[in-house]
Design a protein around this ligand. Structure first.
Ligand SMILES: Cc1cc2nc3c(=O)[nH]c(=O)nc-3n(C[C@H](O)[C@H](O)[C@H](O)COP(=O)(O)OP(=O)(O)OC[C@H]3O[C@@H](n4cnc5c(N)ncnc54)[C@H](O)[C@@H]3O)c2cc1C
Length: 439
């Protein structure tokens, strides 16, 4: 049967120097797609969605073969370059879609539990810590946003406690923040290490292929995926390629690609670490969307994440990265004036997807072709459980949680560029203006 062809117009470039990845030992050489490989299932993209889908498919169909195909290295892409908050729930100012938010909390909470279990069971060394997080506000405007955050937690029935400036200082060593809202239940991890560990402990009937970008896909009477040095033929395919799914011609105009940026410092000395409060680690999330996510890691590094940017091009030019590194240095100095010139192990960018209605991208695209994309809030934990549930859906296993994800609204259509670019840039510009003090 003649196959319909879909080409990948753009592949992940992934921005320079993912600091989390760089601080881990060099991985063993990649196994690539070479020659002609035949499998039952091909999962494209080995981020959190792809690793979870492949794991669960293999568990449910132990006699079937699964190929997990990744353009780069596991732990280098977005799932290994985030801020490492594994969120069981989340509240942000003015949550408009409360019913969807409640359903998403059920998913992210189940995702956190599943990840915690996998990390423990397989003894994955990824600095997993059930530390929780503190939402913080530095300026007056953000204090109002912080009230929205705590109101949101009240609506979700999630407990929280308030910290004043002294309370936040006791944890962070900084008087930069005027107030905080502390919430338990979520975890902090070294995300690149977690992703490597998840991929290394996949069931034996999953074969992981890295450095094997899928350049083209033929669909019709099965699927044929073409990589630079070989092909994979599969009965069914699951696309877990995040914002690159649209580059293959699927799920266009469903998610806004927004880039954000992070830097990870070299380890602090004893004297420097003593400036960062009394708990040995922490994780701060900004109440204001323009604010910074800040962590002190167990190996005594500061992670600074901020700056948003419409990212349809999905590229991170060197000049932009230099500018961002400078912003991060200033953000660190604003909180700990003596640490502004601490060296960085890396500065990098990555892309998050946002839907217009906190909707789901989950399920069949066409006969035998499935897709999953984790967007909006708590995408790592929602992606983990989303992959598990999608595999169960494909294998015909029903559950109450599967019904939760199926009952979510589908991600609403977005306007095309240049309209979307204009709207998002205006919104990001406004956030930057109202939240300048938070960065
Ligand atoms: C700076 C930053 C901080 C963040 N902080 C957090 C946080 O603290 N907590 C949280 O929950 N989320 C956070 N996120 C968001 C989160 O990391 C992502 O939403 C999540 O990783 C998406 O997972 P995924 O599996 O859908 O996509 P990805 O991790 O992007 O995986 C998709 C994979 O597909 C591969 N791929 C794409 N095209 C092809 C192709 N043609 N052939 C083969 N492979 C292909 C890519 O290389 C990639 O590895 C953050 C994101 C950024 C950028």
């Amino acid at each position: 049967m003649a196959q319909r062809m879909f080409g990948a117009r753009k592949l992940p470039g992934d921005g320079p120097r993912n600091g989390w990845f760089e601080t881990l030992p060099e991985p063993p050489p990649a196994r690539r797609v070479e020659g002609r490989i035949r499998v039952d299932f091909a999962v494209v993209g080995a981020g959190i969605c792809g690793c979870s889908t492949a794991r669960r498919l293999a568990e449910l169909r132990p006699d079937d073969s699964v190929a997990l195909i990744e353009a780069g290295r596991v732990g280098y892409g977005t799932s290994g370059r985030n801020a490492g908050f594994m969120l069981d729930n989340h509240s942000h100012g003015g949550m408009k879609h409360m019913e969807a938010a409640r359903k998403n909390v059920r998913l992210s909470s189940a995702g956190t539990d599943w990840l915690r279990r996998l990390v423990r069971e397989h003894q994955i060394q990824c600095q997993w810590s059930d530390w929780g997080r503190i939402y913080v506000a530095a300026g007056e405007g953000a204090e109002a946003e912080l009230r929205n955050v705590s109101d949101g937690f009240d609506s979700l029935g999630a407990p929280w406690r308030e910290l004043d400036r002294d309370g936040v200082e006791a944890v962070t060593g900084s008087r930069y923040y005027r107030r905080g809202v502390r919430v338990d239940g979520s975890a902090l991890v070294q995300p690149s290490a977690m992703m490597r560990g998840l991929a290394a402990t996949l069931p034996a009937n999953v074969a992981l292929y890295e450095e094997s970008p899928v350049l083209e896909m033929g669909a019709g009477g099965g699927f044929r995926l073409t990589c630079p040095d070989g092909t994979v033929e599969a009965r069914q395919v699951v696309l877990c390629t995040h914002v690159f799914t649209e580059e293959m011609g699927f799920l266009k105009h469903r998610a806004v690609p927004l880039a954000s940026f992070a830097s990870l410092t070299e380890p602090l000395s004893d004297a420097q670490a003593a400036m960062l409060g009394g708990e040995g680690e922490f994780g701060l999330l900004p109440a204001h969307s323009n604010g910074s996510t800040v962590r002190l890691t167990q190996d005594r590094r500061i992670l600074m994440r901020n700056t948003l940017f419409y990212a349809r091009e999905k590229r991170f030019p060197a000049a932009l990265m230099e500018r961002v590194a400078d912003i991060h240095r200033r953000s660190i100095a604003a909180r700990w004036p003596d640490l502004g010139d601490t060296g960085f192990a890396g500065t990098w960018g990555g892309i998050l997807g946002f839907t217009r209605n906190e909707g789901a991208i989950f399920g069949p695209v066409r006969d035998g072709l499935w897709a999953l994309m984790s967007c909006d809030v708590a995408p790592m934990t929602k992606g983990a459980i989303g992959g598990k549930l999608l595999a169960e859906h494909i294998c015909g296993e029903d559950s109450e949680l599967l019904q939760v994800v199926l009952s979510l609204p589908r991600a609403a259509l977005l306007p095309p560029d240049p309209i979307l670019r204009f709207v998002v840039n205006r919104r990001v510009g406004r956030l930057a203006a109202t939240g300048a003090a938070e960065r």
